[in-house]
Design a binder for this molecule. Structure first.
Ligand SMILES: Cc1cc2nc3c(=O)[nH]c(=O)nc-3n(C[C@H](O)[C@H](O)[C@H](O)COP(=O)(O)O)c2cc1C
Ligand code: SF4
Length: 577
């Protein structure tokens, strides 16, 4: 750089610098074709003067994927040019997410995709048989171009076996139902369930509290105190006290942001979808209250891609709210996941909202201090925000007044497996699994008796039937090597083996490991192989468990040893000669 150039750079404004970098960074290597550029512009719009927003990369990939049935490499090259980012960046994001299919060199996009869930509840309900027989059955029915793939848990465990025909959910899937859905594809888009819409919600007094908070008629400090006193703990899995989190983020310097987690990827969990499908505004009111009290200027809602109907519902209801707002609203953006369980981990979700691969961050710094776009961020699970209105209206004693066996509060248990009435069960915190089955689920299925249960989804370990009297809550299960997480209770009977359930969840972890740390990437895959052996090599499995637990960056790798250790501890008879 000569002195004149140096002076130009030194005196440049940030805008001039950005423009300079943009000009200099003209993409090298493969150049886009005009037709591909035109196709990309047709979907993402003309480049604005300040350039396309980098964080919208995943949204743009969705538009391409939806329009062309796959991501063609020539479109990705054109997208990189349009966004003025390296091709490698576009490809590394595109290839990270399961729902993006990159096809090269003019190859055709795959046909219609049927994703059959092979999560534990669906496996218990015969998913493997469905996956094995379906291609032939669909071929016979004249649908040879249909692709059948196994999918990790799609959040419909109470409807097992469940599947998706492209974006259309097929509960209680049979070959006949799936063939019918294939024939009807694309399904009519007015298949939304009954729910409380904006007008009905407001007519029943909804948003009065949010408006009072936003207009300063309700004191923010009092609301934080109410949340603290209610003892509500985060319902996404980690159980951090919500009121304390609000206070921490509230004390951070502005500008601040909020990120809402509706990734709901933990196998066995479907509570967020169930509530969202029924009463979306109760949740949105909680969002508005939290945003005002904590002082976040924008809200990003991250919804898993498998919940297509919920996305349409939320888009429509957000539009209704924004068209006739009850009070001043923060900026609210709805973001679409792309098939990656790890994006439920809060820092991975933030990376994904920023348009990157969903790889968890090292902490510290914690996202409450340095989160989304580098700003202090309040991150919450859907259900945590769902409870805000009711807790503030009814008071902290109301929520804390529920509970059993010395525990306080309410829990939304997602119950699946061998019970008569699976579903979301709102029950007192501290209820035991036996009470939950008997009082809320109509008992075990006929001909089944309790053999084992997973108290907290895939990550929370496995317990034997003889331990059916432990209060289910945060902190009560740790002494047994388990945790409640998002309260996904999966019930096994004498017809099932706990070791098969452990293998199912380990396969899931291996599939969903983001690959960033070796202990998790290699350990989960190797454990899944070892766990197939009729007699377990316990020493090697223990080595793997130890290193995964000690040296993984995030909760996926840290919790992956739980199913191994549960089997070694409580179900020895299933893994020895
Ligand atoms: C591997 C992994 C997956 C997770 N998946 C979810 C999820 O799908 N939804 C969710 O709300 N939290 C999930 N969490 C927990 C989040 O990291 C975070 O603790 C939670 O969203 C915080 O919100 P809360 O305080 O309201 O619970 C996951 C954590 C890990 C380690
Ligand atoms: S523990 Fe696993 S999922 Fe988590 S960051 Fe490491 S490789 Fe990724």
């Amino acid at each position: 750089m000569n002195p004149t150039e140096f002076a130009t750079v030194a005196l440049a404004t940030p805008d001039q610098m950005r423009e300079r970098i943009r000009k200099k960074s003209r993409l090298k290597g493969r150049q886009p074709e005009e037709a591909s550029l035109a196709a990309v512009r047709g979907l993402i719009g003309a480049r604005p003067r300040e350039g396309h927003r980098r964080d919208l990369l995943i949204e743009y990939l969705h538009r391409l994927n939806d329009a062309h049935g796959a991501l063609h490499d020539h479109h990705l090259v054109a997208l990189a040019r349009e966004m003025n980012i390296p091709m490698a960046e576009v490809f590394e994001v595109a290839t990270f997410y399961h729902h993006f299919e990159v096809v090269r060199g003019g190859d055709a996009a795959p046909g219609l995709t049927v994703r059959v869930c092979d999560g534990l509840a669906c496996e218990l309900a015969g998913a493997q048989d469905l996956i094995a027989r379906l291609p032939a059955l669909l071929g016979v029915a004249g649908h040879a171009d249909v692709r059948v793939v196994a999918a990790p848990c799609i959040g419909r465990c109470e409807q097992a076996p469940a599947a998706l025909v492209h974006q259309q959910a097929v509960p209680l899937a049979t070959p006949e139902r799936l063939a019918a859905a294939v024939v009807q594809h694309p399904a009519p888009i007015d298949s939304l369930p009954d729910f409380i819409g904006y007008a009905a919600y407001r007519a029943a007094g909804g948003y009065a509290l949010a408006a009072a908070v936003v207009n300063g008629e309700e004191d923010a400090e009092t609301i934080v105190k109410t949340m603290e006193d209610a003892g509500l703990r985060g319902l996404g899995g980690a159980g951090f006290p919500a009121g304390r989190k609000w206070r921490i983020v509230r004390e951070q310097p502005a500008p601040k942001l909020m990120a809402v987690n509706i990734d709901e990827g933990e196998p066995g969990t479907f509570k967020d979808r169930t509530y969202l499908e029924r009463d979306p505004h109760r949740f949105l009111e909680g969002v508005l209250i939290a945003a005002q009290v904590v002082g976040t200027e924008a809200v990003y809602i991250y919804l898993r891609d498998e919940y297509h109907d919920c996305r349409r519902l939320l888009e429509a209801e957000l539009a209704a709210l924004q068209a006739d707002p009850p009070c001043a609203l923060p900026k609210i953006e709805l973001r679409r996941g792309a098939g990656a369980y790890i994006c439920g981990e809060e820092s991975a979700m933030i990376e994904s909202i920023e348009g990157k691969r969903g790889e968890p961050r090292m902490r510290p710094p914690y996202i409450a201090q340095v989160g989304l776009f580098g700003r202090p961020t309040l991150e919450h699970n859907f259900e945590t925000l769902w409870w805000v209105r009711e807790i503030v209206e009814k008071g902290p004693q109301w929520f804390g007044g529920f509970g059993r066996h010395g525990r306080r509060g309410l829990r939304s248990f997602s119950v699946s497996g061998r019970v008569k009435q699976p579903g979301v069960k709102l029950a007192p915190a501290g209820i035991t699994v036996q009470e939950l089955i008997d009082e809320y689920c109509g008992g075990m299925l006929d001909g089944h008796t309790l053999h084992a249960y997973l108290p907290g989804g895939a990550s929370g370990g496995i317990l034997p039937a003889r331990m059916n009297d432990i209060p289910l809550d945060f902190d009560t299960l740790q002494p047994y090597g388990c945790f409640i997480g998002s309260a996904a209770v999966m019930v096994l009977s004498q017809h099932d083996r706990a070791r098969d359930a452990a293998l199912n969840v380990m396969r899931f972890f291996a599939h969903e490991s983001c690959g960033q740390c070796t202990p998790c990437r290699v350990g989960t895959a190797k454990a899944a192989v070892l766990m197939r052996a009729p007699v377990w090599d316990n020493d090697t499995l223990e080595d793997l468990a130890q290193v995964m637990g000690d040296a993984s960056i995030c909760g996926l790798g840290q919790a992956a040893p739980n199913p191994i250790r549960s089997i070694q501890k409580y179900f020895v008879q299933e893994i020895q000669p």
